[in-house]
Design a protein around this ligand. Structure first.
Ligand SMILES: Cc1cc2nc3c(=O)[nH]c(=O)nc-3n(C[C@H](O)[C@H](O)[C@H](O)COP(=O)(O)OP(=O)(O)OC[C@H]3O[C@@H](n4cnc5c(N)ncnc54)[C@H](O)[C@@H]3O)c2cc1C
Length: 428
C-alpha cells in the first residue's frame, strides 16, 4: 500500500513549486517532499545569482518567465511575502557585428510588446566610465575582446531574494498540509510490477512495471507517483532505471568583489538606469562575462558560463577556481571597467547548472509513474512558478496548464517525446 499519493525528490525551487501546485490543486492528496540536505533550497537554488528577465525571443521561454515574474509580483504585492524584488534591469552590451545581427530580432521583440532602451557607446562610457574601445590595446586583441557598439537596457528584469522565495513555497505547501522530510537521501527509485506475482527478482521484462516510491537512507517510502526534481543530480537517480532526461551537470562559478574604492562605489550606484539608482546587471560584449550589483552587500558578483572544454561532472560540493577569476574574469572585466584594477573577490562559490542538452529549456515528462521536472539550464528560478504549474497539470493528466495570469501552455511541449519548444535567439 502506498503511503503517499506522491513523493517529490528535491526541495529546491522546482521541487517546492511543483509540490505546492500539486497540493493546491489536489488538497486531499498526501504529498511528501524529501531532500538529502537539512533544509529547503540548499542545493543549486542557494548558489544562484538570483536574476530574472522577461526578455526572450522564444515564445516558450517568454511564457515561462513572464508568468513567473508576474507571479512574483503578485506574491509580493498581494500575498504580503517580501521577495525583495529589485528592478535593476539587464544591460546587454553588443559589439557592432552582434548588434547588427540582433537589431532585427529586437525589432520583432519590440513589435511583440517587449520593452528595451538603446544606449550608444558614448552614453555608456559617460554613465559607467566604461571603456568602449578596448581593441586599441594589444592584450585585448589577443584575448578576442570586442569594442562596445551599443547597449540595450531591459527594464522588466532584476533580482529576487531566493531564500524568501523558497520560504514562500515551502511554508505555503506545509500550510496546505504537505509534508517535508530533510536529511533524507534517496538511494534509488523503487520499481515494482503493476500486478505482482511474488516471484523473486520481479519485475520481469514481460511484466508491466512502474515506480512505486523511493529507497532512502531512512527506509523505503511508497508512493503512487514519484516526482524527481533533483536538479543536477537527476541523472544519478534516473540512469539506474533507464530513463533519460537529457540533463547533465556543469559547474558555474560566482565571485563577489566589494565596492571598496570611490570609483567602484560610483559604478555600483551609477544613476540613470533604474529606480534603484544603481548599475544594471551588465553583460559584457565578448566574452559574455556578467556583473550583478549585489546592493545589500555593497558588492559586484561576477560570472561567466564557459563551455568547451568544461566537463559535465557531478560534484556534491563544486569549488570555485581561483584562476578562473584571476586569469579569466578579472582580465576581461578590467579591460571594460578599469575601476576594477587590482580588485580581488572577498568570497566566491560554485554550483551546478542542470543543463538540458536538447535545447537548454526545461523538461517535464512522465513515464512509468515517474514524473521528471528539471533541465533548467541556468534559468530555473525565473521559470520556477510556471514549471511547477505545468508539472501539476501533467500530474493531473491535463493537456494544458494555466500559468499565472491565465496563460495557457501545452503540457507536452516540454516533454521529451512530443517536445515543441521555440529556439532562443538571444542567448547570454
Ligand atoms: C552559479 C549559478 C547561478 C545561477 N543563476 C541563476 C539566475 O540568475 N537566475 C535563474 O533563474 N537561475 C539561475 N541559476 C539556476 C537555478 O539556480 C536553478 O535552475 C534552480 O535553482 C534549479 O532548481 P532545482 O530545484 O531544479 O535544483 P536544486 O536547487 O539543486 O534542487 C535539487 C534538490 O534535490 C536534492 N537532491 C538531489 N539528489 C537527491 C537525492 N538523491 N536524495 C534527496 N535529495 C536529493 C538536492 O539536495 C537539492 O536540494 C543559477 C545556477 C547556478 C549554479
Amino acid at each position: 500500500m502506498a503511503e503517499y499519493d506522491a513523493v517529490v525528490v528535491g526541495a529546491g525551487l522546482l521541487g517546492l513549486s511543483t509540490a505546492y501546485h500539486i497540493k493546491k490543486t489536489n488538497p486531499q492528496e498526501k504529498i511528501l517532499v524529501v531532500d538529502k540536505m537539512g533544509a529547503a533550497g540548499q542545493g543549486n537554488t542557494a548558489k544562484s545569482a538570483a536574476m530574472f528577465r522577461s526578455f526572450f525571443y522564444s515564445h516558450t521561454n517568454l511564457a515561462l518567465v513572464d508568468t513567473t515574474i508576474e507571479f512574483f509580483k503578485h506574491v509580493q504585492k498581494d500575498l504580503g511575502a517580501d521577495l525583495k524584488l529589485k528592478w535593476v534591469g539587464y544591460l546587454w552590451l553588443f559589439n557592432d557585428e552582434d548588434y547588427r545581427w540582433a537589431e532585427p530580432v529586437l525589432t520583432v521583440m519590440a513589435e511583440r510588446g517587449l520593452e528595451y532602451r538603446v544606449y550608444n557607446a558614448h552614453e555608456l562610457s559617460e554613465k559607467l566610465k566604461l571603456r568602449t574601445n578596448v581593441t586599441k590595446d594589444e592584450d585585448s586583441k589577443l584575448m578576442g575582446l570586442a569594442d562596445v557598439e551599443a547597449g540595450i537596457l531591459i527594464p522588466k528584469a532584476g533580482s529576487i531574494d531566493i531564500d524568501s522565495l523558497v520560504n514562500f513555497y515551502e511554508s505555503e505547501f506545509r500550510r496546505l498540509g504537505g509534508e517535508v522530510r530533510y536529511n533524507t537521501k534517496v538511494e534509488s527509485i523503487v520499481v515494482e510490477p503493476r500486478e505482482p506475482l511474488g516471484t523473486p527478482g520481479e519485475p520481469y521484462f514481460w511484466q508491466e512495471a512502474g515506480a512505486s516510491g523511493i529507497k532512502t537512507n531512512r527506509g523505503v517510502i511508497k508512493a503512487k507517483r514519484t516526482i524527481v526534481a533533483a536538479g543536477a543530480w537527476t541523472a544519478s537517480l534516473l540512469d539506474s532505471v533507464g530513463v533519460d532526461a537529457h540533463i547533465k551537470p556543469v559547474k558555474r562559478q560566482l565571485f563577489s568583489v566589494r565596492a571598496e574604492t570611490n570609483e567602484l562605489k560610483k559604478l555600483l550606484w551609477a544613476k540613470g538606469f533604474n529606480s534603484e539608482g544603481c548599475v544594471p546587471f551588465t553583460i559584457l560584449p565578448k566574452p559574455r562575462v556578467y556583473l550583478k550589483p549585489a546592493l545589500e552587500e555593497n558588492s559586484f558578483w561576477f560570472s561567466y558560463g564557459d563551455e568547451f572544454p568544461r566537463a559535465f561532472r557531478l560534484e556534491d560540493e563544486p569549488q570555485p577556481e581561483e584562476n578562473y577569476y584571476q586569469y579569466g574574469i578579472y582580465q576581461v572585466a578590467v579591460k571594460y571597467f578599469p575601476q576594477f584594477a587590482g580588485s580581488r573577490p572577498f568570497t566566491s562559490w560554485a554550483g551546478l547548472y542542470a543543463m538540458n542538452t536538447l535545447d537548454g529549456q526545461p523538461v517535464i515528462f512522465e513515464e512509468h509513474d515517474l514524473l521528471v521536472v528539471g533541465g533548467t539550464s541556468g534559468s530555473g528560478n525565473m521559470k520556477a512558478d510556471a514549471i511547477g504549474r505545468i508539472a501539476a497539470s501533467l500530474y493531473a493528466g491535463e493537456k494544458y496548464a494555466v500559468l499565472y495570469g491565465d496563460k495557457k501552455f501545452r503540457v507536452s511541449d516540454l516533454s521529451i517525446n512530443q517536445r515543441k519548444v521555440e529556439p532562443e535567439k538571444l542567448i547570454i
